[in-house]
Design a protein around this ligand. Structure first.
Ligand code: ADP
Length: 498
């Protein structure tokens, strides 16, 4: 009887469960959204119980709808929204407050203080991260400082912290396991990515008791089993990775220098840097990709705030298109951008510019410019922004990029992928299974349980759906890139005076 791997993809807006078969094919999917809670401007919360309930529900549903017995689920892998912080009472299993989501900015002030006191270089050296409210550390501190009784519970050893992976596993095992993996731990800003231990000095700096913390495990090993009541039988829990790291694994970017870009609302670029963390000179993040057996693999990461979101802006604010995929046909009506550049600084610019005062900008408008040119410039803005991050990474890591592997909602856009190949002068490869985040966690769990023999076996079964080769004239492209850079410079610091 064929067996399957159950992958749980616990995202920011929805929880998914996907059953993969031995060939890495999707056989069943279930998805459920959960509530986003915005108590104040800049605050974003989730109800941890809702995360658990919906994740359990889709996990049960995906098995049921396929009509298979739980015996045929060989293992479970978990991938999750990273950094989101849950604190709960170890005795009752009840969260002490809502989860503070990675997007939540309430702890920016705590971060400013850390930077003012000169702690940023120490934090970067130990954790690979830039001091930011994004990461879990200051969120934990905020809860201890603001939620009544939590500090006392922590001192009594009765409080547990976890990212979403930890919270789900605690619940699946009815409190038997309080664990996370290295990839999730490396996003807390409390984990030393060199020694692979929670960092006592950083814990001291933020006043966070070590008793809160989960045990840090590898990304692929049998951690334990789900309690019998959930599936009628115990199922091994055998893989954990944060969503971007899981996607890197699902893309089979297993060798140093391999890069993936996920084109969603924003774009997330990640490069495998092999056995060593890279200290970025451009404020990119250094992080742990995964640990398998005793081997630790590192990665460097850069994100672009406005990816597919720029297409949404054209759709919702300008009304140029009715639905996102229409952008391709509109942009394809013209040969080139007609001299128009769109700088996507709507929420400031990230790597490598790091300018919070930049705004969005359309430049190069002349009488002949029409909707199609703007559509084309919007697609180009996604490709150029990605190109800049990929170039910066290659420079930081001192590694030449051979090809780019792509996934995410906007990666189905063939024109965008062709433009991307042209701008980076590299082949862009789109895999057949674009659910790479879920696939990565499935692979990690399947490897731990012997469902798959080796990463070589996985590399063999990973298939290309389509490759895009650079076709544009090199010198011509260099000219366009120079114009893009000029446009970016004009948009920078626009708001600095106001
Ligand atoms: P997320 O995971 O961030 O919610 P998805 O991976 O689901 O994002 O991708 C959705 C994004 O992709 C949206 O911002 C949408 O505008 C964009 N998008 C979807 N289809 C296309 C397309 N064919 N061309 C360009 N952008 C697209």
């Amino acid at each position: 009887m064929e067996k399957y791997i159950l992958s749980l993809d616990s995202g920011t807006t929805s929880n998914r469960a996907i059953l993969f078969d031995h060939r890495g094919e999707i056989v069943s999917v279930a998805n459920q959204e959960f509530e986003q809670i915005y108590p104040r401007p800049g605050w974003v919360e989730h109800d941890p119980r809702a995360i658990w309930r919906t994740q359990l529900s889709v996990a049960q549903r995906v098995v049921r709808q396929k009509g298979i017995a739980a015996e045929r689920v060989a293992a479970i892998g978990i991938t999750n929204q990273r950094e989101t912080t849950v604190l709960w009472n170890r005795d009752t299993g009840e969260p002490v407050c809502n989860a503070i989501v990675w997007q939540d900015r309430r702890t920016s002030g705590i971060c400013d203080k850390l930077v003012k006191k000169g702690h940023a270089p120490l934090i970067a050296a130990k954790t690979g991260l830039v001091v930011d409210a994004y990461f879990s550390a200051t969120k934990i501190k905020w809860i201890l400082d603001h939620v009544a009784g939590t500090r006392k519970l922590a001192e009594e050893g009765k409080l547990a912290f976890g990212t979403v992976d930890t919270w789900l596993i605690w619940n699946f095992t009815k409190g038997a396991l309080h664990i996370t993996d290295v990839s999730n731990a490396s996003r807390t800003m409390l984990f030393n990515i060199h020694t692979l231990e929670w960092d006592v000095e950083l814990l001291g700096l933020l006043g966070i008791p070590a008793s809160l913390l989960p045990e840090v495990r590898a990304s692929s090993e049998v951690y334990g089993t789900t309690a019998k009541e959930f599936f009628g039988r115990e199922i091994p829990l055998a893989g954990i990775a944060g969503d971007q790291q899981s996607a890197l694994f699902g893309q089979m970017c297993l060798k140093e220098g391999m890069v993936k870009n996920t084109y969603g609302t924003g774009c997330f670029v990640m490069m495998n840097t092999g056995g060593k963390p890279i200290a970025s000179k451009h404020n990119l993040l250094s992080t742990i990709a995964w640990k398998i057996g005793e081997e630790v693999t590192y990665a460097i990461e850069g994100s672009i705030f406005m990816g597919g979101a720029t297409i949404q802006w054209l759709r919702d604010q300008l009304g140029l298109i009715r639905k996102a995929p229409d952008i391709e046909e509109l942009a394809a009506q013209v040969e080139d951008n007609g001299g128009v550049y769109l700088v996507p600084g709507f929420v400031g610019l990230g790597a490598p510019h790091w300018d919070p005062y930049a705004t969005g900008m359309l430049i190069g408008l002349t009488r002949g410019v029409g909707k199609s040119h703007i559509a084309r410039a919007a697609l180009e803005s996604i490709a150029y922004s990605s190109m800049e991050v990929i170039g910066t990474m290659a420079e930081d890591a001192g590694i030449a990029v051979a090809e780019l592997r792509v996934d995410g909602g906007a990666s189905v856009n063939n024109l965008l992928m062709q433009i991307q190949a042209d701008t980076i002068f590299r082949t862009v490869v789109r895999p057949r299974i674009t659910e790479t985040t879920a696939l990565g966690a499935a692979y990690l769990a399947g490897l731990a349980t012997g469902y798959w023999e080796s990463t070589e076996e996985l590399e063999r079964q990973w298939q290309v759906e389509r490759a895009f080769y650079p076709v544009v004239d090199h010198a011509e492209m260099e000219k366009q890139i120079a114009l893009w850079k000029r446009a970016v410079e004009r948009a920078m610091k626009w708001n600095a005076e106001s």
